[in-house]
Ligand binder design. Structure first.
Ligand code: PLP
Ligand code: CA
Length: 306
């Protein structure tokens, strides 16, 4: 294939690229859907890839849903997807604690009910899900009751994030041997009309600042998400394509794992962002330059229908 990076993917090049891969990893938000709506043409692209014998997987940094919840959402939107093909950070964090950390003990969870469910599915108990209101006097906050079985603090997306949760995390993290894991570092969640809300990265940084420790993160661009897919489905990285809308998470993950990379312009990053990385001359930033880009993954349709 062509040696230069950040090439617009069109015409005969689409088929050439698809012929060179057996597996395709798709980021979700900004690639196959935006919020609650499918990107036009995305369900057909996914379903046709499968009909053409490709293995298709979904890797999302969003920790607010279980694999089952994603599979249900995707079916509603017209995607032919099985739960086992979905790798979200709620599931992958549970796998990380179980298989990499070999955690023996409970988790203090700053996160969603979905994360609680994925932890429990691998046999890990948690405490902390739901609101945690301030109580007592400030002088007593450093002595809040702690669960002696907790051996890890895990931070994911938590709409009930609060000062007391931050404090409790700090108290656990100052204990000897307490693990510290974050789902992902996305700092902003883009909404329609150029608006945005704070992402999990903001919560994680607050906990890191309080605890004066750095967390291990599971989500993209960490290779663990790919390792999870590869170990379960035997993916050949030389014949695998990563499709995403963010350079610092999706494209970087692809580069970290030696995959081919495709940026789609229906989400966060632009071609100008990619070109700025390319022209910077900075070696680390070259991992954020995709091999190819498309306006939308619907641009893959003609090659799949032909
Ligand atoms: N984290 C949260 C809480 C989100 O809501 C989203 C997008 O909706 C993301 C992360 C980014 O998800 P993805 O990796 O699918 O783009
Ligand atoms: Ca995305």
């Amino acid at each position: 294939m062509s040696g230069s990076k950040c090439t617009r993917l069109s015409g005969a090049l689409v088929k050439q690229l698809l012929d060179s891969v057996d597996s395709v990893l798709f980021d979700c938000d900004g690639v196959i859907w935006r919020g609650d709506q499918a990107i036009p043409g995305a369900p057909q692209v996914i379903n046709l890839l499968k009909e053409n014998g490709k293995k298709v997987f979904f890797v999302t940094n969003n920790s607010s849903k279980t694999r089952k919840m994603y599979a249900d959402k995707m079916s509603m939107l017209g995607f032919d997807v099985k739960e086992e093909e979905v790798f979200g950070t709620a599931y992958c964090s549970a796998m990380y604690l179980k298989t990499v950390c070999k955690l023996e003990g409970k988790v203090y969870l700053i996160g969603s009910n979905a994360m609680k469910q994925e932890l429990e599915a691998v046999g890990i108990q948690q405490t902390g899900v739901g609101p945690d209101h301030i109580s007592g006097k400030q002088a007593d906050w450093a002595n809040v009751p702690l669960d002696p079985e907790v051996k890890a603090v895990v931070v994911g997306f938590d709409e009930h994030f609060s000062y007391m949760k931050l404090n409790r995390a700090l108290q656990y993290l100052t204990q000897q041997g307490c693990l510290f894991v974050g789902t992902n570092r996305d700092t902003r969640l883009p909404l329609e009309g150029g608006k945005a809300v704070p992402g999990t990265g903001c919560l994680l940084q607050a906990v890191e600042t309080a605890a004066q420790r750095q967390a291990q993160t599971v989500g993209k661009p960490n290779h663990f998400m790919f390792d999870c897919v590869a170990s379960q489905f035997g993916v050949d990285r030389d014949r695998c394509l990563m499709v995403g809308d963010r350079l610092d998470t999706d494209i970087m993950l692809g580069s970290n794992c030696g995959l081919k990379t495709l940026l789609t312009l229906t989400g966060v990053s632009t071609v100008a962002d990619a070109e700025a990385h390319q022209k910077s001359g900075c070696a680390e930033r070259q991992g954020m330059v995709p091999d190819y880009y498309v306006e939308s993954i619907a641009d893959l349709l003609p090659a799949l229908q032909g």
